[in-house]
Design a protein around this ligand. Structure first.
Ligand SMILES: O=C(CO)COP(=O)(O)O
Ligand SMILES: O=C[C@H](O)COP(=O)(O)O
Ligand SMILES: [Zn+2]
Ligand SMILES: [Zn+2]
Length: 359
């Protein structure tokens, strides 16, 4: 049994001072590459599936591929996580398919576009957490709205993200509200807004504190030292990958992501889960482009996908090493969901909030 809950994994990460990348999966090749990297460096993994991934592959196919990964790599703890759940149905059906963790993203309404009210977010997140915890499954919540501090815009263009203009009060999670949110919802991990956004076009220059507000991470960690923080939109969009993509006919205007050193700084201040999808897409797509250009006669899909898997594997290995995840798998014995449920019932997993944490 190698399936692990997010809560157990992040508790271990906090205890040992490391972070865990959460890589998005949609197909077999991504799962194979991430698992090969994890095995090579002995890292526990978070495989996360968006709603889009679930409809792309189908729930059953996705669930069975992860089962196969588990059977192939019994020594690697695997957390299967719902990325950006938009309502109870999405989160609960994920649990039915073997997910050990769900994100209930109540920062947006169920349309995944309209910024939600405080009351809406608290109510839906609290409800999903109560149900998930009853069966031992972990819950990530989100407070604040992802979007750019440079443009003040959400990120509706990728199908999941706020529409229209957002104020800094929405784009930056308020530390006092974070305390109240965790207390009321009892989430296991908290995603915060601090200037990152999904996709390749996060920043128009190398980000400084004006547009990547790492001070918000520190302020929240100071108030909530025991709560696991999650950074979304944390692809680094490395220049080398952009060049590789463009060299073979890609059209990606120069852009900046979240520098790995900033993520490492976050990990020193309570960030335990780091969401990465764009870098994985870019690594694979650049290789597919290269093969298409260098070998125009090639028509065997495997010849495109094998090098793209190798590129993804290399990227994942690098992040496991950079975040300190490498070498941790052997130190963890996953607890069954029933044991986690018992611990939630006993109060042992209640969020630990210091008295006087809120202003
Ligand atoms: O946050 C993410 C998934 O939830 C992915 O972020 P990136 O687009 O930066 O990879
Ligand atoms: O939004 C987060 C991830 O990048 C997933 O993207 P997706 O919805 O296109 O699968
Ligand atoms: Zn998105
Ligand atoms: Zn995200």
């Amino acid at each position: 049994m190698s399936r692990i809950t997010l809560r157990q994994l992040l508790d271990h990460a906090a205890e040992h001072g490391y972070g865990v990348p959460a890589f998005n999966i949609n197909n077999m090749e991504q799962i194979l590459a991430i698992m090969a990297a994890a095995r090579a460096v002995d890292a526990p993994v978070i495989l996360q599936a968006s709603r889009g991934a679930r409809s792309y592959a189908g729930d059953l196919m996705l669930a069975k591929m992860v089962e196969a990964a588990e059977a192939t790599h019994p020594a690697i703890p695997i957390c299967l996580h719902q990325d950006h759940g938009n309502d109870d149905g999405t989160c609960l059906s994920a649990i039915q398919h073997g997910f050990t963790s769900v994100m209930m993203d109540g920062s947006l309404e169920a349309d995944a576009k309209t910024p939600a009210s405080w009351d809406y977010n608290v109510e839906i997140t609290r409800r999903v957490a109560a149900t998930a915890h009853a069966v031992g499954v972990s819950v990530e919540g989100e407070l604040g709205v992802l979007g750019s501090l440079e443009t003040g815009q959400g990120e509706a263009e990728d199908g999941h993200g706020a529409e229209g203009a957002l104020g800094h009060d929405q784009l930056l999670t308020d530390p006092d509200q974070a305390v109240a949110f965790v207390r009321e919802t009892r989430v296991d991990a908290l995603a915060i807004a601090m200037g990152t956004s999904h996709g390749a076009y996060k920043f128009s220059r190398r980000p400084d504190g004006e547009i990547l507000a790492m001070h918000v991470v520190q302020a929240i960690h100071q108030r909530l030292p025991e709560i696991h923080l999650v950074m979304h939109g944390s692809s680094s969009v490395p220049e080398a990958l952009q060049e590789q993509f463009n060299r073979f006919g890609g059209e990606m205007p120069r852009t900046w992501g979240v520098p790995v050193e900033e993520i490492q700084r976050g990990i020193r201040h309570g960030v335990r889960k780091v969401n990465i999808d764009t870098d994985c897409r870019l690594a694979m797509a650049a290789e597919i482009r290269r093969v298409a250009v260098e070998k125009p006669a090639e028509f065997d899909p495997r010849k495109f996908l094998q090098p793209s898997m190798a590129a993804l594997e290399a990227l994942c290995r690098e992040r496991f090493e950079q975040f300190g995840t490498a070498g941790q798998a052997a130190k963890i014995t996953p607890l069954p969901l029933a044991e986690m449920a018992k611990r939630y019932r006993s109060g042992a997993l209640d969020p630990r909030i210091a008295v006087g944490a809120a202003a």
